[in-house]
Design a protein around this ligand. Structure first.
Ligand code: BDP
Length: 676
């Protein structure tokens, strides 16, 4: 009887436990009932956090935390650490308090992923000094390109009311090494710098500080005029310069460790120095001078393009290369991974490796603006890995994007990497349970840009779900294949930006009328009876010339250009012979078909994983996969039926037939917020 009661009780607890799996705990699901002996040679809010995390979760012997300036430790930097011992007893050393906290999370991660057995000898230091999230959050709490509900920041209630999620957010970031955050949208409201908002920003900064997270703000270049009442915001006007200096002083009085400004200037209608006939250098240097006395920095974005300009893919390079070496030393140029705009797949922006006298940082997009929002399962680590490993040849072979940005290739005072956050107020933070993996992957790659996608997926799955091999192996495979699957059913072979006009979710390759040509789809695919693709070789826009040799030659020749970038660089006839001997048209059909089949396979993999997953997360992911499977068919049919009007060839008969009518698909209008 006793035994029966015990079984019933544990079943009940088990059920409650399973029900509690709503994704809110992210990858931080370790049991918190450990009672480890943890000591530290310093007491401070940050060190105390490290102690507490280990006391409650470390299931091994005594841990000693030592803050030390010993040479062999301090060479790892204030965020780095050294760990020495085994399960029974360990010493952790760091030159900085944050280093001790990162070490604590590292130890817990190796415990939770089953790698804390035997000798533990670890030395870690981050690849980038600044590992920063960019929130595109508006002050009215909508999130530009956000698919996980409203903003986490409750501006109305701040600073009086402090949601417990602020600390949970800081903890999650610290656990993966993220040490900075930009709170507001790059399309910035000047109000963020007002006396009303700054105390709210301070309240958040105070919560994040013990977790080693610095706060930054996006600023509107016209703030001196809009907020300060000046006649304009000309960076060469002394009153404007003074306004920024005063503003910096005001900010640092409230937030002594404030990080600095992120600026989107003269892009997509945002104000900037060009409005006054000045340059990016004039604008960025002025802000840098205002922040300099406080060690603040400026992250100046290179995402600039104008409608009258040349091929959009060339513009960042054209505008910024002439300024290389002219920026102040507390400025870093923030460049999107690809030269157009966070497409499902792009070659790297040629500024990487080319700007050698100015620090350059990558901007990745964690939120899936162009990869199915929070409906599609797309693990982005493989895309970022491909990008970071791309060889720019900036200083000969081996000059990867990673090396060109992390200080190993060029002497850089500043190194950084940013990711546009996919976080909102949804219970599971990111809308899709698997989208959490992208937040996780960004942090891990920012810490160590040589980690493989497979390792990141492995860690994330073990900590977020379970280490059962029968779950792990197929689900990891699914994650690793998922980015390619999305590329295949949306924009294979280098196609890009053929999204619907009023949102970036569904297909609209036929879209040909917009306020500016580079906001249409036809601008990018250029399909006609003679072929498809954007000619960026010397006979076209010559964007290839922005790459170093031998890349320039490799990309210029369709025979050597990787298939994944083929239509990015070339306009080719429908009967062009691909490397696999299919015609271009047939291969396009095969690619879309492969994408659809991949998603169907993901559904099967997930259904088979049911017994290893709690009911709530299982069903939620299952439903999202159904949407993704339907969307994949929608993409395939829309693109193939439309392109077929030019190729005038049948879809290879061995492939599944379209199930939609093109005319019907053209009528679909999704009710989503308009933005180019
Ligand atoms: C595009 C987005 C737009 C952003 C812009 C940017 O569609 O919402 O404001 O990039 O990065 O991808 O500035």
């Amino acid at each position: 009887m006793k035994r029966l009661i015990w079984i019933c009780a544990s079943l009940l607890i088990g059920c409650l436990y399973l029900q509690a799996e709503d994704g809110s705990r992210l990858w931080l699901r370790a049991a918190t009932d450990a009672q480890a002996t943890v000591t530290a040679n310093k007491k401070s809010p940050t060190v105390d956090l490290a102690v507490r995390e280990l006391q409650t979760q470390w299931k091994g012997g005594a841990v000693k935390l030592l803050l030390t300036q010993a040479k062999e430790v301090s060479r790892l930097g204030r965020d780095g650490f050294r760990m020495d011992g085994n399960r029974k007893g360990l010493t952790i050393q760091s030159a900085g308090e944050q280093g001790l906290l990162y070490a604590a999370y590292h130890l817990l991660r190796i415990q939770e992923t089953g790698k804390a057995n035997g000798e533990i000898l670890v030395e870690e230091s981050p690849a980038y000094d600044i590992r920063i999230l960019n929130h595109w959050d508006n002050l009215n709490r909508t999130v530009e390109r956000g698919y996980a509900g409203y903003s986490l920041w409750q501006w109305d209630e701040l600073p009086a009311v402090l949601s417990p999620r602020y600390e949970a957010y800081a903890r999650a970031n610290a656990s993966i090494g993220i040490n900075a955050t930009v709170l507001n949208n790059v399309n910035a409201s000047p109000q963020i710098l007002s006396a009303t908002y700054l105390p709210k920003v301070k309240a958040l900064a105070d919560i994040f500080r013990p977790y080693g997270i610095k706060v930054y703000l996006s600023v509107n270049f016209a703030s001196p005029a809009v907020l300060g009442g000046l006649p304009d915001s000309d960076p060469l006007r002394p009153e404007v310069q003074q306004w920024w200096k005063d503003k910096a002083r005001e900010i640092y009085k409230l937030i002594p460790d404030f990080g600095g400004f992120l600026v989107k200037a003269n892009s997509e209608g945002e104000p900037g120095p060009h409005d006054y006939g000045r340059t990016h250098v004039d604008g960025a240097n002025m802000l840098a001078d205002a922040l300099k006395p406080y060690n603040g920095i400026v992250m100046w974005r290179a995402f600039v393009y104008n409608p009258s300009g040349d091929d959009r893919a060339k513009q960042a390079y054209l505008e910024f290369m002439p300024f290389d070496g002219q920026f102040r030393d507390n400025i870093i140029i923030q460049v999107k991974n690809g030269p157009v705009d966070f497409q499902p797949r792009e070659p790297f922006t040629p500024l990487f490796g080319a700007m050698q006298k100015t620090p350059v940082m990558a901007e990745l997009q964690i939120t899936q603006e162009y990869l199915g929002f929070s409906n599609h399962l797309a693990f982005l680590a493989p895309m970022w890995e491909e990008f970071l490993h791309s060889d720019t040849y900036g200083q000969g072979a081996g000059s990867t994007v990673a090396a060109a940005t992390d200080g190993s290739l060029f002497t850089q005072k500043l190194t950084a990497i940013s990711g546009v956050a996919n976080i909102g107020e949804d219970t599971n933070w990111c809308g899709h349970h698997f989208a959490q993996a992208n937040w996780y992957a960004f942090g891990r790659l920012a810490w160590n840009n040589t980690l493989s996608s497979a390792q990141i997926a492995d860690e994330w799955l073990r900590t977020t779900f379970t280490s059962e091999p029968e779950f792990l192996t197929p689900v990891k495979r699914m994650m690793l294949d998922s980015h390619q699957a999305v590329v295949d059913y949306m924009m294979p072979l280098g196609l890009h930006h053929i999204f619907a006009e009023n949102h970036h979710y569904g297909p609209q390759p036929w879209f040909d009328k917009a306020s500016r040509p580079d906001w249409t789809s036809t601008y990018y695919h250029k399909a006609s009876g003679s072929g498809i693709g954007f000619d960026r070789t010397a006979s076209g826009s010559n964007a290839v010339a922005q790459y170093f040799s031998p890349l320039r030659e490799i990309y210029s020749n369709p025979a050597t250009c990787p298939d994944k970038y083929l239509l990015w660089f070339h306009h080719l006839p429908w009967n062009y012979r691909m490397k696999n001997n299919r015609t271009l048209w047939d291969d396009l059909c095969y690619s879309y078909d492969r994408g659809v089949k991949a998603v169907r396979n993901f559904q099967q993999v997930w259904d088979e994983a049911e017994r290893y997953v709690d009911a709530q997360r299982f069903t939620e992911v299952q439903s999202k996969l159904k949407i993704q499977a339907r969307d994949a068919v929608w993409w395939r049919d829309a693109c193939l039926l439309y392109f077929q009007t030019f190729s005038a060839q049948p879809i290879p008969y061995e492939l599944e037939r379209p199930v939609n009518e093109l005319e019907e698909l053209k009528k679909i209008k999704l009710d989503m917020k308009h933005h180019n």
